[in-house]
Design a protein. Structure first.
Length: 409
C-alpha cells in the first residue's frame, strides 16, 4: 500500500467512529488550547509592561528624598525634605543628562462655576513632559520663563478636562485651584491607568514656582523643596554610570560623609518593570508546563483507544495480512491513525486557544500576542504524542499472527 492509501484508510477508520475519535482527542484539544492561551496571556502581559515603560520613559531615573524619624519611628521614604530645586538645577550639568524634571504634588479642588472636582496637582518645570514622554492633546506645554516666574497657568489631565469642561473647550478658561485662579493653556493626551491601577489622567499641572509659592507652599516644609526629581538619560545602557554620578553629586551637595547613609533614593524605573516582566515570563512558563500535562493525559487516552481498536479489528488485520499486507503496512496504518488523531486534536486546540486568547485580551484590556512559536510547538508536540503513544498499539497490531487473527470472532 502507498502512503496515500494508508493515510486515507486511517482517516476512514477515524471517521467511522467520529464521536469516539473526538472524545479521545479531547485531552489534546484542551492541552494545546491551554498552552497557547497561557503563552498568549504572558506575551500580552509583557507587552503591557513594555508599553508602561515606554509611557514613563525607558531612560528614566527617579530620585526621592530620604525618610524622617519621629521618636525613633521611621516615617517612610520621601518623608524627609532633602531635595530642592537647586539640586535639580545642579544635575543638568552632569554628562549624559538630557532633561531634569523636579516636581511637587498635592491634592486640590478644581472649581469652575457649579462644576468642581478633587484631583492631584503637580508642580513641574518645562522639562517634565519630555522626561515623562507625555504629549499634549490641546494647547501647549509650559515655557521656561513661565515655570521660573510661577505664572498662574495650568495644564489639565484628560480626566479633569472631561469632568470640569464636559463637551466644551477648556483652553483660555479661568478655573480656581482651591482659592487661586489659574488660566488653562493645555490638555494632555490620555494615558490611562498606571501599572498600580492609578488614573494618570486625573491630574492638573502648574508651574513649579506657582505650586511652591502660591498653591502647595503651606504644605511644604521648605519653600524650595521638591518631592521627586525625574532625570532623563541619553543612553539606557549608561544609566548605571549616570546613577552613580547623580549619587556622588547629591552626597557632595548634602555634605554626606563616607560611611553615612544617603538622604535620598535613586531608582531605575525600567529595571523595576523589567524585573516584573521576567517574573511574568517565569510564571507563564510554569503555567504552560502545568497545562502540558493535559497533552500527556491526552496521549495516554489515544494509546488506550488504539489498543481497544486493535482488539476490535483483529479479524480485519488478519484479512489484510492474508491478502498481502505486510507487517509494516499494518503498523503504518495504526501509527498514522494515532498521529492523525493527535494532529486533528492539535488543530482544534489551536482554534480553541486563539478564541480564549482573544477573550482574555479583551477582558484584561491589553494587547493580543499569539506567538507563532507556541503554535508550532503545540503542533509538533501533538504529532510527537501521536507517534509516542501510537507506537505500542501499532506494533502490537503488526505482530499479530494472521492465522490467529482470522480465527478471532
Amino acid at each position: 500500500m502507498t502512503a496515500a492509501d494508508l493515510f486515507l484508510s486511517a482517516l476512514q477508520s477515524l471517521r467511522s467512529n467520529t464521536l469516539r475519535s473526538v472524545l479521545t482527542a479531547l485531552g489534546i484539544i484542551i492541552g494545546v488550547g491551554a498552552v497557547i492561551t497561557i503563552v498568549a496571556i504572558g506575551a500580552g502581559a509583557r507587552a503591557n509592561i513594555e508599553s508602561v515603560i515606554e509611557s514613563i520613559g525607558s531612560n528614566l531615573l527617579t530620585i526621592t528624598p530620604g525618610q524622617a524619624r519621629d521618636g525613633g519611628a521611621a516615617q517612610g521614604a520621601g518623608s524627609r525634605p532633602t531635595l530642592t530645586s537647586e539640586d535639580a538645577d545642579a544635575m543638568k550639568g552632569i554628562e549624559g543628562v538630557v532633561a531634569v524634571a523636579p516636581e511637587v504634588r498635592g491634592q486640590v479642588q478644581v472649581i469652575l462655576g457649579n462644576q468642581n472636582w478633587r484631583t492631584n496637582a503637580t508642580g513641574i518645570t518645562e522639562d517634565y513632559f519630555a522626561v515623562r514622554q507625555w504629549k499634549m492633546a490641546k494647547g501647549r506645554a509650559f515655557e521656561d520663563w513661565e515655570t521660573s516666574t510661577g505664572e498662574k497657568i495650568v495644564i489639565l489631565g484628560a480626566t479633569v478636562a472631561e469632568r470640569v469642561f464636559p463637551g466644551s473647550d477648556p483652553l483660555g478658561q479661568v478655573i480656581r485651584l482651591d482659592r487661586v485662579p489659574f488660566t488653562v493653556v493645555g490638555v494632555t493626551q490620555a494615558k490611562g491607568q498606571s501599572s498600580f491601577g492609578q488614573n494618570q489622567d486625573d491630574v492638573v499641572f502648574v508651574p513649579l514656582k506657582a505650586a511652591q509659592q502660591r498653591l502647595l507652599g503651606g504644605r511644604l516644609i521648605k519653600p524650595d523643596s521638591v518631592q521627586q526629581i525625574g532625570v532623563l538619560g541619553k543612553d539606557a545602557k549608561a544609566l548605571d554610570v549616570l546613577e552613580r554620578d547623580l549619587a556622588e553629586l547629591l552626597r557632595d551637595r548634602h555634605a554626606i560623609v563616607p560611611g553615612r547613609a544617603d538622604d535620598f533614593t535613586i531608582r531605575n524605573v525600567s529595571e523595576v518593570f523589567e524585573a516584573r516582566a521576567g517574573a511574568t515570563q517565569v510564571m507563564t512558563l510554569l503555567l504552560a508546563a502545568v497545562a502540558s500535562v493535559s497533552l500527556l493525559v491526552g496521549g495516554i487516552g489515544i494509546m488506550n483507544i488504539m489498543l481497544v481498536s486493535v482488539t476490535e479489528r483483529t479479524r480485519e488485520i488478519g484479512v489484510r495480512m492474508a491478502i498481502g499486507a505486510s507487517r509494516g503496512d499494518v503498523m503504518s496504518q495504526f501509527l498514522i491513525e494515532a498521529v492523525a488523531l493527535s494532529l486533528i486534536g492539535g488543530g482544534l486546540g489551536i482554534v480553541l486557544g486563539i478564541i480564549c486568547s482573544q477573550i482574555t485580551a479583551h477582558l484584561a484590556n491589553w494587547p493580543l500576542r499569539i506567538e507563532s512559536t507556541s503554535i508550532l510547538m503545540a503542533v509538533g508536540f501533538s504529532a510527537g504524542v501521536g507517534v509516542f503513544f501510537g507506537y505500542y498499539p501499532a506494533r502490537k497490531a503488526a505482530r499479530l499472527d494472521p492465522i490467529e487473527a482470522l480465527r478471532y470472532a
